[in-house]
Every structure is written in C-alpha cells, then in structure tokens.
Design a protein. Structure first.
Length: 462
C-alpha cells in the first residue's frame, strides 16, 4: 500500500498554518520548543486528515485477500507515517519558512509574503472576520460570544439599537419564510431598516462571473450591484441556493464569493450553495437552551426526500457542532457523503475542540444514546446535474431513513428532535415525533431571530 504526500501538500498546509497560527504562538510564556511542537502537531494532523480521513467511511482501505479490515486500516496508517516522514524531509524548506514567518509574527514585526512583499505585522489576537459566510471563518471563542449575545437579546437583557439610522439590504435569489421574516424583524428591532431585493423580480438579473461578456439574459454585474448597495446600507445579506447542476463549480459557492469579493460592507450568508451559518448558530443556541452548556451526543441523520436537496444545512450544522465540542455522529446511506474538504475541516475542528466525528451507514444504531437528533435530507454529489439518477438511487431508502417513534426511543432520556424547516411530515419525520414533547423545531426557528441579531450587531459594531 502506497500513500504519496507531495511537496505541494506540505506547502499548502504550511500556508494554512501561517494564515491561522496556533494560539500558543501568542502566549507570552510559550517557549520556542512548545511552539515548534504545536506547529508539528498541526502539520501532522492536517496532513493526516487529508490522507487518512477518519470521518469518512468511503475512504477506509479495502483489505486484500490476506487482510482483515482492521489490518488494512493499520497498514494504511503505517504507509501514511512513512510517507509523512519522507514528505517532510523533502519539503523542509517550506517548514523552515513557516517557522521563520511565525517567529516574525510572534515578535510583532512585518512578515514576508509571497514574492518577498512586506505585509502588516500580525495582530497579537485574531479579530473576528468582517463577514459571516461560514462559522468556519470564526473561532470557537467568537461563536461562544455570539451565542451569549443572542441569549441576551432573547432574554431582553440587551435592548441596544446598533442599526439605528442604518439600513441592511436583503438579497433573495430564492424563496424564504424564516430567513426573510426573522431578518426583517431583527433589523427593525435593532433600530434599522430592511431593504429587500429579489434579482430577476424586484431588481435586475445579476451576473456574478468575472470577465464574462454580458450578451445574454443578465442585466447587471454583482460588482456594481454590491458596491452601490454598500453606499446605501451598513450590511448586505444574500440567499442563493445550490442549483445542483455542477458540483465542482457550486462547491466553491461562486455567487456568495462574488458578493464578498466586491463588497465594501459586511456580507451575511443567508444560505448559499454550501453553507447556512445563521441556521447553524440558531441550532447551537437551541441545543444549549434545551440541554444546557457543554458537549452533547449529537446525531445528524440523512432522511429520505422525493428529490435531492442542497448540502448547506447539514454542512453548517456539522461544522458548528464540531467547533463547539459536541460529540458528532453523521448517519447517511452509502453514496451520500458530505464534501471531502468539509469532512476534513470537521475532523480538524473536532480535534481542536477535543471531540470526535463519526460517520456511519447504520441509521438505527446511530440513534443509540443520542441527546440531539437533527434530521435533514441532501443530494449526492455524484448526481449533480442528474437528479433523475439521484431519485432512482434514493428510492430504496424511503421507508427506512425516516425519523419515527421507534428510533427516538433509542435516544437518551430527554433527547430532542431538530429540523431547520420546512419539513415534509411523514417523509422526513413522522407526525408522532414532530408533534411530541421532544420536538424543538419551533423554538429552533424562533432562535433564528436572536442569533441573527447577534451577528448583525457584531458586524456593524466591528
């Protein structure tokens, strides 16, 4: 068995660590040896999760004729260690450059960027991002502060109006109930004015691609649209679903990325092709509100739906749960794996938080002892552009992959059921579960309001 770790792999990881250095770097009492140990640990773990993905069953090695599955897994690990040692040896210049850059950051001096261009000294503490595109852009401490701010808004302890005299644009490419209503109400309660726009309906059709010849059906480019709105509004929220046509293109979140690239004011992701961070923040608030602080045993389970749906909600729920230290299990049928890069990020964030992520194809067993059951359907990335193939593939799971009373009886005492809504009753979940005392879907929907108020208050205050 051979695993190849290339110099490019090492360089990419070194660049990641330089952009997001370990917290020990800024600890005054940390020694050079402690920093080097932490960097080595981060380098090893990031490479490990890319080449030996512990949270993705489809990456398990196939045993040969003489191997048991556990022997195959061990042999793959041995191959990884050998390749890691060789890869680091042949890429030592990248590791040395990383250490030099981190030393300069620690000293507070300017650090060299690509091409030898000097950039500003690194701050001694990382500020929160200027946009809210995914919870992955925010640290665990950032998210904890947002959750506390949301709870204060909900309890009525914070009645500030940071949007007084300001407007927030809400751009909807797709339909909405909870997102639209909660954002409009939240902006009003923060003292502001919502400006709702629907490209192709109440505003011009939009082109997001750079360098394109606009001789088709698009009237205005995002470059002008966003910058003009930025002169009127303090922030811009945008909702743009996956079209489920081109996986390689849509997994890059091209429309959301174009808004963020051209905007001079904060961008809030109100659900994009790959992420729904506002929903995830409300979900984490609901778990804490219903079950208390601290890590919980959380199950994210796929459920049958008559048509393929985007991955944004499961991606963001899983990511936020891992970031906040929950013990996460993801259950789905074979072929419905989440994005490989997202799964690697889940592993890294879970490792940082001292927890684990487990993936299983056994839905029934996944319910055992769960304190939180989060149901959501999503389409297979294998069938982007071929919905009829996805529909045919998922047909066999119709009767088995549903959250019903029998499965909920396997959960821990006091376990809760969650769904982002809208939900198809007796398809995703039975009436008996969603109407039971275990269901918290209405409180979860309410918490969208409070979570989004916390996000908007943070972004406009800076």
């Amino acid at each position: 068995m051979t695993i190849s770790i290339t110099k490019d792999d090492v360089q990419r990881i070194c660049d990641e660590i330089e952009r997001d250095p370990p917290p020990v770097l800024f600890a005054p009492e940390a020694s050079d040896e402690e920093i080097a140990d932490e960097v080595g640990r981060a380098l090893l773990y990031k490479l490990f999760t890319r080449h030996f993905n512990v949270a993705s069953p489809d990456t398990e090695p196939e045993p040969d004729e003489y191997e048991t599955p556990s022997q195959a897994k061990f042999n793959k690990f041995v191959a990884f260690v050998a390749s890691y040692s060789q890869g680091i040896w042949h890429s030592s210049e990248y590791v040395a450059r990383l250490m030099d850059a981190l030393r300069q950051q620690r000293a507070g001096g300017a650090r060299p960027a690509a091409g030898g261009v000097e950039v500003e000294p690194a701050p001694t503490s990382k500020p929160a991002p200027g946009d809210f595109l995914t919870t992955g852009d925010w640290t665990r401490d950032d998210l904890e502060r947002l959750l506390e701010a949301a709870a204060q808004f909900k309890r009525g302890e914070d009645v500030s109006r940071p949007l007084a005299g300001k407007s927030v644009a809400l751009v909807f490419f797709n339909p909405s109930l909870r997102t639209r209503a909660s954002m409009q109400v939240g902006i009003y309660e923060l003292g502001g004015n919502p400006v709702v726009l629907e490209p192709g309906g109440t505003s011009w059709t939009l082109e997001h691609r750079d360098g394109v010849v606009m001789d088709g059906d698009k009237t205005e480019h995002v470059a002008e649209f966003v910058r003009v709105l930025g002169r009127y509004c303090a922030a811009i929220g945008v909702r743009t679903f996956a079209a489920l046509k081109d996986w390689k293109e849509e997994r890059r979140d091209p429309i959301l990325a174009a808004f963020a690239r051209h905007s001079e004011v904060p961008i809030i992701n109100l659900e994009s092709a790959m992420h729904h961070p506002c929903q995830a923040l409300a979900d984490m608030l609901t778990i804490r509100e219903k079950l208390g602080a601290g890590p919980k045993r959380v199950l994210l389970t796929w459920a049958w739906h008559p048509k393929p749906l985007p991955m944004a909600v499961p991606n963001s729920f899983a990511l936020a749960a891992a970031q906040l230290g929950h013990e996460l299990t993801i259950a789905h049928p074979p072929g419905y794996e989440l994005d490989d890069e997202l799964v690697s990020q889940l592993n890294e964030r879970a490792f940082d938080a001292g927890t684990t992520v487990k993936v299983t194809n056994d839905m029934d067993a996944a319910f055992d002892g769960a304190q939180v059951v989060y149901a959501k359907s999503w389409g297979s990335k294998m069938f982007y552009g071929s919905p009829e193939d996805d529909i045919e593939t998922r047909a066999e799971y119709r009767d088995r992959w549903i959250v019903d009373e029998a499965k909920m009886r396997r959960t821990a005492a006091g376990g809760i059921f969650m769904h982002c809504l809208p939900v198809r009753r007796n398809v995703i979940v039975t009436d008996g579960v969603i109407d039971s005392a275990a269901s918290v879907v209405i409180a979860e929907a309410e918490n969208r309001l409070h979570a989004q108020k916390a996000v908007m208050a943070k972004l406009v205050k800076g």
